[in-house]
Design a protein around this ligand. Structure first.
Ligand code: MN
Length: 510
C-alpha cells in the first residue's frame, strides 16, 4: 500500500483571498458541502480573527461538517488570533488551529522586525498556546521557500518540541524550483528529531506556474499533506490546484509512493460550483477542469482518439466527472423526478424552497425543452444566492435595434422590499440596463470586465454573464448571472456583483 496523502483544501481561506472571490457564509457552506462530497481530509474554513463574517463562517462550517473531516482555522502567531480560532472552532468535532509566522530574512527584517531568536520563541509560544486549546495544531513557516534552511530546521524543531501535529513548509511566494523545494522538505524531515510523529505539509503558490510541480516535489520527498484549492484559486497567481495534484498523484502513485482518498468523479462539479459561487471563470485550457481539457481538434488527434482513446488522452473524462451532461429532465418531469435528481446532485430543500425551485425549473423547461444538470445547478445557486440578496431584479424590458435608442425599463426590489421602476437609455441594451440599475442603487462602481458564455448546449442554451466591478475603495467584486436571455443575465450579474459589494461593506462594519 502506498502512503496516504491528506488533502487540505484551502479554497475557503487562501482561495477566498483572491481579488473579487469573497464569499458570504451561506456560499462558504455550499462549497464546504461539496468538499465533503469530494472527500477532502481537512477543510481550512477561514481566518476567524479577520472579521465577524469569517468567524461566523468557520463556526457554521464546523457544525455542518461534523466528524466527516477536520475543520481548520487560520491564525497568525498572536494570542488573540489563536483564541479567536479556538472559539470559532467550538462547533467542530475535529478542530485544528493553524498558526505560524514568517521565517525568511525579508519577512523577519522588513515585516516582523524580529531576530531569529525572537521568531523561534514566538513560534514555540504560539504552538504551545494553541495546544492548550485544541489537540491538533498545524504550524506554518511562512515563506519557507526563501528561508535559510538551517534556520528553518531550527524553527521546525522548536514547534515539534512544543507539540505541533502538522508542520507546513510553504513556498508562499511561489519562488522555488521544484528540485530545490523538494530538497528543502527532505532536509527538514531528516534534520528534525521527532518529525516521524508529525505530518509534513506542502503548500505552494503559482507565481511561476510551478505550484503543482512544487507540491509534487514535496510529496516525492516525504510530505504527507498537500494544501490546495479548487481551480487553483488563491492569492495572486493562485495556489496549487486540487484537481491537478490529485490527478497527478493518481496517475503516478507508484513512483510517488502516494495515494489520496479524493472521489475524483466529483472534481468537475466542484470546479463548476466554485466558479459559479465566486464568479471566477475557469480558463478553457486549464488542466483537468477547463472546457477544452478533453477536446481534440486536430484531425490526427481525433483519428487517434477514435481508434484508441489512450493515444492522446491520459485521463478518461469520466474519471473526473466530465463525461458530459446527460439529458435528464423536461417540462413533463414531475416534482418527484426533480427532487430525486437534485438529491443526486447533493441538494436538498424544505417544501417551500423546493416549490420555488420547481417553478423556476418549469420556466426553464418551457423555454428550452431539455434540462441538463448544469441548468439545474444554475437554478439552485441562483436561488441560494437570492436568499441573501439586497437588490433583486423583478423585471426587465429592453427596446433596441437600428435605428432605435436602446431603452431599458427595470423593476428592482431593494432590501426593505420597496419596488423601484426606472427607465433609462444607453449606448446599447446592456448599457441601458446597467444605467437603470445604477439609478436605483445609487452607489458608484466601475465595470472592469464583462464576459458572456453559453453554459449549456444548443441555440437555446442558458447564457452566463460574469462581471467584475471595482468599488470606490478599490476593492474588486465578481458577479454572475444566468438566464436564457443574455441581457437579463447581464443585469443579474451586475446586481449580483453590487450585492456582494454591499454585503462585504456591511460585513466589515459588523
Ligand atoms: Mn498561501
Amino acid at each position: 500500500m502506498t502512503r496516504k496523502i491528506d488533502i487540505l483544501d484551502t479554497t475557503l481561506r487562501d482561495g477566498e483571498q483572491s481579488p473579487g472571490c469573497s464569499m458570504n457564509t451561506q456560499e462558504k457552506v455550499i462549497v464546504a458541502r461539496e468538499l465533503l462530497r469530494l472527500g477532502v481530509d481537512v477543510i481550512e474554513a477561514g481566518f476567524p480573527v479577520s472579521s465577524p463574517g469569517d468567524f461566523r463562517a468557520v463556526s457554521e462550517i464546523g457544525s455542518v461538517v461534523g466528524d466527516q473531516a477536520i475543520v481548520a482555522a487560520f491564525s497568525r502567531a498572536v494570542d488573540a488570533d489563536i483564541e479567536a480560532a479556538a472559539d470559532a472552532l467550538k462547533t467542530a468535532a475535529r478542530p485544528r488551529i493553524i498558526t505560524g509566522i514568517g521565517v525568511s530574512p525579508v519577512h523577519m527584517a522588513e515585516k516582523l522586525h524580529m531576530s531569529e531568536d525572537e521568531v523561534v520563541d514566538c513560534t514555540a509560544h504560539a504552538v504551545a498556546h494553541a495546544k492548550e486549546l485544541v489537540d491538533d495544531v498545524e504550524f506554518y513557516a511562512e515563506d519557507a521557500g526563501r528561508a535559510d534552511s538551517d534556520f528553518l530546521v531550527r524553527v521546525v524543531q522548536a514547534v515539534v518540541d512544543a507539540g505541533a501535529t502538522v508542520v507546513n513548509i510553504p513556498d508562499t511566494t511561489g519562488y522555488c524550483l521544484p528540485d530545490e523545494y523538494g530538497a528543502l522538505v527532505r532536509k527538514v524531515i531528516e534534520g528534525v528529531r521527532g518529525i516521524e510523529n508529525v505530518k509534513v505539509a506542502v503548500h505552494a503558490h503559482n507565481d511561476l506556474g510551478l505550484a503543482t510541480a512544487l507540491t509534487l516535489a514535496g510529496v516525492h520527498n516525504g510530505a504527507t499533506q498537500v494544501e490546495c484549492t479548487i481551480n487553483g484559486l488563491g492569492e495572486r497567481a493562485g495556489n496549487t490546484a486540487l484537481e491537478e495534484i490529485v490527478m497527478a498523484i493518481r496517475m503516478h502513485g507508484e513512483v510517488l509512493d502516494a495515494h489520496t482518498d479524493i472521489v475524483t468523479s466529483e472534481i468537475t462539479r466542484a470546479s463548476r460550483l466554485v466558479s459559479r459561487v465566486t464568479g471566477m471563470s475557469v480558463q478553457a485550457n486549464k488542466a483537468i477542469v477547463g472546457a477544452n481539457a478533453f477536446a481534440h481538434s486536430s484531425g490526427i488527434h481525433q483519428d487517434g482518439v477514435l481508434k484508441a482513446r489512450a493515444t492522446y488522452e491520459i485521463i478518461d473524462p469520466a474519471e473526473v466527472g466530465a463525461s458530459g451532461s446527460e439529458l435528464i429532465l423536461s417540462s413533463r418531469s414531475g416534482h418527484a423526478a426533480l427532487r430525486h435528481r437534485l438529491q443526486e446532485l447533493g441538494y436538498t430543500f424544505n417544501d417551500k424552497d423546493f416549490e420555488s425551485v420547481y417553478e423556476r425549473f418549469l420556466e426553464i423547461a418551457d423555454q428550452k425543452k431539455e434540462v441538463y444538470d448544469e441548468d439545474l445547478e444554475s437554478i439552485v445557486q441562483e436561488r441560494q444566492r437570492d436568499i441573501e440578496a439586497i437588490y433583486t431584479l423583478n423585471a426587465l424590458q429592453i427596446q433596441c435595434g437600428d435605428p432605435l435608442v436602446p431603452t431599458a425599463v427595470a423593476t428592482i426590489t431593494d432590501a426593505a422590499g420597496v419596488k423601484h421602476v426606472v427607465s433609462t437609455t444607453g449606448t446599447g441594451p446592456v448599457d441601458a440596463a446597467y444605467k437603470a440599475i445604477d439609478k436605483v442603487v445609487g452607489i458608484e462602481s466601475e465595470l472592469q470586465e464583462f464576459a458572456v458564455k453559453a453554459i449549456t448546449r444548443g441555440i437555446d442554451a442558458i447564457g452566463e454573464v460574469t462581471v467584475r466591478i471595482t468599488a470606490q475603495d478599490g476593492r474588486v467584486y465578481n458577479g454572475r448571472g444566468a438566464d436564457n436571455d443574455i441581457i437579463v443575465s447581464s443585469a443579474k450579474a451586475y446586481i449580483n456583483a453590487i450585492n456582494r459589494m454591499i454585503q462585504a461593506q456591511q460585513r466589515s462594519r459588523a
